[in-house]
Design a binder for this molecule. Structure first.
Ligand SMILES: [Zn+2]
Length: 182
């Protein structure tokens, strides 16, 4: 283990232990620099018990984690212990979030992918043309609004550059500026 070993006396608050072995990264995450478990999450042993650091951080700052809920990362950084980057959700939420963000995907090669590269191009073109909402376009290709939106915005399917993402909502702007178009 490469972490700087700091000795804590029994009774040292967990929050202090977390703070002593974490650092703010350029991406804005507060990254645990101590041990990492097999799933890639931070791990800390306190008085003979092992804890997952992001869950411990949540409990220190926000209180107990309700039964049946997981502490999930918005930032996708499993070592991050910034509770501002976390939310409570179900395992199903996490799976949906993973698929939506393409965390485990590079594109249509992956089995979990619900869109083809061509569908993503079509979605982006259709959205840029205006007049249709994310929800409408999502319905047309049979994915959730979130999956469609992230693909259109370029948060996912980043490798598709020939049809650029539409980060803004051109059709809404156009609708306000030029009534009747879009
Ligand atoms: Zn983070």
């Amino acid at each position: 283990m490469s972490e700087k070993r700091k000795r804590f006396s029994v009774g040292t608050p967990a929050a202090d232990r977390l703070a002593a072995r974490s650092e703010r990264t350029s991406s804005g995450c507060l990254e645990w620099t101590g041990a990492i478990n097999s799933a890639g999450y931070g791990s800390i042993s306190i008085d003979g018990r092992s804890y997952v650091t992001h869950r411990l951080a949540w409990e220190c700052e926000k209180g107990p984690i309700p039964d049946g809920l997981s502490v999930l990362h918005h930032c996708d950084n499993r070592r991050c212990i910034d509770t501002g980057h976390m939310f409570l959700g179900t395992v199903a939420d996490n799976s949906a979030d993973m698929v939506a963000k393409g965390r485990s995907l590079t594109g249509a090669d992956n089995r979990a992918s619900r869109l083809t590269d061509d569908q993503v191009r079509d979605l982006r073109r259709a959205y840029a043309a205006g007049g249709r909402t994310y929800t409408a376009l999502a319905g047309e290709v049979g994915v959730s609004e979130n999956v469609a939106r992230l693909a259109i915005m370029g948060a996912t399917w980043k490798h598709i550059t020939d049809v650029p993402p539409c980060a803004s909502r051109p059709q809404y702007r156009r609708r306000h500026q030029e009534a009747g178009r879009g």
